[in-house]
Design a binder for this molecule. Structure first.
Ligand SMILES: Nc1ncnc2c1ncn2[C@@H]1O[C@H](COP(=O)(O)OP(=O)(O)O)[C@@H](O)[C@H]1O
Ligand SMILES: [Mg+2]
Length: 308
């Protein structure tokens, strides 16, 4: 599959002299949900703005469906929809008018059926004649999404779509984004909520201080990260891990009082019970035990720390 977006060796230095992006290489595949995950200030909005032509490209090259974003700006603009991080809406317009107007900005013919379908999908249909200023924050954000979809883009960018959105609405929004993907739209979203990347994305990219530090299939990432640790405190210290227990890959701490077993809870059916039996059989008595689970959050924090 060829990528629908290709970012090659892109760097961006703002007029202030601040280097917000540093040698970014990234491919987005057609039809995927890609989550760009990173702490505040990492460069997420800059990267998205740059692909969408809102931030001037510094160095490097970006293509969307083969079109160069600088040389072929109009073709690119028509293919993409952007829901910006900051909400900007025309308070006095109705939902229907503002979304229809957005479509017109792209030089597309009016398509009431498409606008209706979009508003229905976003649960905004019964608000179509309401003035935007009368809507709740969550509804306003959905209006922004409707605007971004008004011209039937092939790629939708969502910059922190659920920042400040309550949990219930967040779930609705995720369902809607999945439905969009089903209809063939490629989705790129940025978030600093790990949970969001975990729930939604096919692939995850982690960005920190203007550099992409990891791009991974989500399932692989979760498998790598979703390890559990079993810590066994021993009644009497050991000089070494007994050879009979070598298969468990145990590690012994420096003073011999603690054994640690790291395992994947998904493929370790009964392994912990077997380990405890074997320890008992080997005459090793426990004082206490604990399990800890590395969350995506832990991994994310350690990844970001390592990259500094
Ligand atoms: N117009 C600008 N001029 C100078 N620095 C900027 C500008 N916009 C953003 N930055 C800086 O670039 C860095 C990345 O910002 P941004 O892309 O908004 O990060 P994120 O979206 O990941 O929070 C931040 O340190 C921010 O202060
Ligand atoms: Mg941002």
């Amino acid at each position: 599959m060829s990528p629908i977006i290709s970012v090659v060796n892109v760097s961006k230095t703002y007029a202030s002299g601040f280097r917000a992006l540093d040698c970014i290489d990234l491919d987005i595949q057609a039809g995927e949900i890609f989550a760009l995950l990173g702490p505040n200030g990492a460069g997420k909005t800059t990267l998205i703005g740059l692909i969408c032509g809102i931030v001037n490209l510094g160095e490097g090259r970006v293509t969307v469906a083969g079109h160069d974003i600088v040389g072929d700006y109009r073709a690119v603009r028509e293919m993409i929809g952007l829901v910006p991080q900051e909400l900007t809406t025309d308070a006095f317009e109705t939902v229907w008018a503002t979304v229809s107007f957005s479509r017109g900005l792209f030089g597309k013919r009016p398509a009431p059926a498409h606008i209706e379908k979009t508003l229905r999908a976003l649960s905004l249909w019964d608000k179509k004649d309401s003035k935007i200023m009368t809507l709740s924050g969550g509804m306003k954000r959905r209006v922004m999404i409707a605007k971004a979809l008004s011209h039937e883009p092939r790629v939708l960018f969502l910059d922190e779509p659920t920042a400040g959105v309550d949990v219930a609405l967040r779930k609705d929004m995720w369902a809607m984004v999945r439905a969009l993907r089903e209809s063939g739209v490629t989705i790129v979203l940025t978030t600093h909520y790990i949970e969001e990347a975990e729930d939604m994305a096919d692939r995850v990219g982690v960005i920190s201080q203007g550099r992409i530090i990891l791009v991974e299939d989500k399932v692989t990432l979760m498998r790598k990260l979703g390890k559990k640790q079993l810590i066994l405190q021993l009644q009497s210290p050991l000089a070494q891990v007994p050879p009979d227990l070598a298969a468990y890959g145990l590690t012994l701490n420096a003073d011999g009082t603690e054994l640690t077993h790291v395992y994947d809870p998904r493929d370790a059916q009964g392994a912990v019970a077997a380990l405890l039996d074997d320890l008992h059989r080997a005459g090793i008595r426990l004082k206490d035990l604990q399990t800890t689970q590395s969350s995506l959050e832990d991994i994310f924090v350690s990844l970001v720390k390592e990259s500094r």
